[in-house]
Structures are given as C-alpha cells and as structure tokens.
Design a protein around this ligand. Structure first.
Ligand SMILES: [Cu+2]
Length: 134
C-alpha cells in the first residue's frame, strides 16, 4: 500500500509536464516554420567574388530596392573582407558595417524614403553601391 501511494504521487507530479509537452512541441514547430517563410521586407545583396576589381558591379543587385521599414542584408561571397559605409554623415541613410569576412553578413534597416549611396572603405571607395528606399 505504501508503494502504491508513492507511485500515485509520482504520476500526479508528472501530469503537468505531460500536458505542457504538446504546447512546447507546437511552439517548436512554430519557430522552425519561421525559417520556411522568408521576411518579405528583406532584400539580399551579394558582395561578389573578386569584388575589389568590379567597381559598381561589386554589389549585386546594384542598386537594390527596399520598401520603407525593410532591411538590406549584405552577404560576402568574396575571400577578402569588405565593409559598407554610407556616404551620408547624418539622416536616414547613415550606417557602417565594419569589416565583413568571407561567408559573413551584415544587415541594416531603412525607415525613410531615400536614396542611399555607400562604398567599401577597405578598398578606397572603388566599390560603390546604392540603396533605393521606396
Ligand atoms: Cu571592399
């Protein structure tokens, strides 16, 4: 009888966990589904291989169009480090990535309608790009 009572208590303790399990699993499914549906406000720019010799062709697409409130993500496909620095020193276009290595990315959101020019400071402004926030 003593043993039976212990088992009963044990089962009662486990019950809240059993009930929360389906909830936890549905949360996990929900979070992993987020990767399946890409952010419609995100625009991807590739920093192309050998981009330091490509001038305006270093960034693809160039210019990149992004909706107001959207985000641009630069992905470095080149073995060299690059960075993105806005020409503007103030206003809605200002951003600075710092050095981005091979396979790494940097992203920035744009909240006002504007035309934003930028360059790679690591390659003496020869690599140039434009973001059209519309
Ligand atoms: Cu560069």
């Amino acid at each position: 009888m003593q043993f039976f009572n212990t088992m009963l208590t044990f089962n009662q303790l486990k019950l809240p966990f059993r009930r929360s399990l389906p909830f936890g699993l549905s949360l996990m499914v929900l979070f992993s589904a987020c990767d399946l549906f890409p952010d419609p406000q995100l625009r991807e720019v590739r920093i192309r291989a050998k981009s330091s010799n490509l001038g305006d062709g270093a960034f693809s697409p160039n210019p990149v169009h992004v909706p107001v409130g959207g985000r641009v993500r630069w992905q470095n496909d080149d073995v060299l480090e690059h960075d993105m620095v806005a020409e503007a020193k103030n206003g809605p276009c200002v951003f600075q990535s710092g050095p981005i290595g091979f396979g790494k990315s940097f992203s920035n959101s744009f909240f006002k309608k504007a035309i934003c020019d930028y360059y790679c400071a690591l390659h003496g402004r020869t690599m140039r790009g434009r973001i059209i926030v519309e």
